[in-house]
Design a protein around this ligand. Structure first.
Ligand SMILES: [Zn+2]
Length: 130
C-alpha cells in the first residue's frame, strides 16, 4: 500500500495521503511513525529545490554543516543496527530528515533523551518544541 507521497510534475508541491494513513497517524501516538508528517517534511525539504535532507530555508546557515555531520553519523548507526530510529531513515538524507521528524513529533520526550543534538537541531528547524 502506498501510504502517501509528494507529487511530481503536475502535482508538484502537492501531498497525497491515503485516508488510512491519516487515521493511523493520529490514532497511534507511540510508534514514532507518522506518514502525514513524513510527507510534509519532504515538501519543506524541497522548498530550496532539492529533497536532500538539508532544509536550507529552515535552518540557519551556521547549522548546515553540523546538521549534515549529525545526519551522517546517525545514518551510519541506523545502517549498523545501532539506532532506535526507523531503518528507512538510513536510505538517504531526504528519508533520514523525514523519518527523524516523525520521531520528533510523535515521541518528543524520548527523542530528546536519546538524541539530544538531533532534537536541538529539529527545534531550530521547526521553531517549536512538540
Ligand atoms: Zn519518504
Amino acid at each position: 500500500m502506498i501510504a502517501g507521497l509528494v507529487g511530481t510534475g503536475r502535482f508538484e508541491k502537492q501531498m497525497i495521503l491515503s485516508k488510512r494513513a491519516i487515521h493511523h497517524a493520529f490514532e497511534n501516538n507511540t510508534d514514532k511513525h507518522n506518514t502525514p508528517v513524513h510527507e510534509f517534511v519532504h515538501l519543506l525539504d524541497k522548498l530550496d529545490g532539492e529533497t536532500d535532507g538539508i532544509p536550507e530555508r529552515l535552518l540557519e546557515h551556521k547549522y548546515i554543516i553540523p546538521w549534515t555531520k549529525l545526519m551522517h553519523d546517525e545514518m551510519e548507526s541506523i545502517n549498523n543496527n545501532e539506532s532506535d530510529i526507523r531503518k528507512y531513515g538510513g536510505t538517504n538524507q531526504g528519508e533520514f530528515f523525514a523519518v527523524v521528524s516523525e520521531y520528533f513529533f510523535e515521541r518528543p520526550d524520548l527523542f530528546e533523551k536519546k538524541h539530544p543534538e538531533l532534537y536541538q537541531m529539529l527545534v531550530r528547524c521547526f521553531q517549536q518544541k512538540p
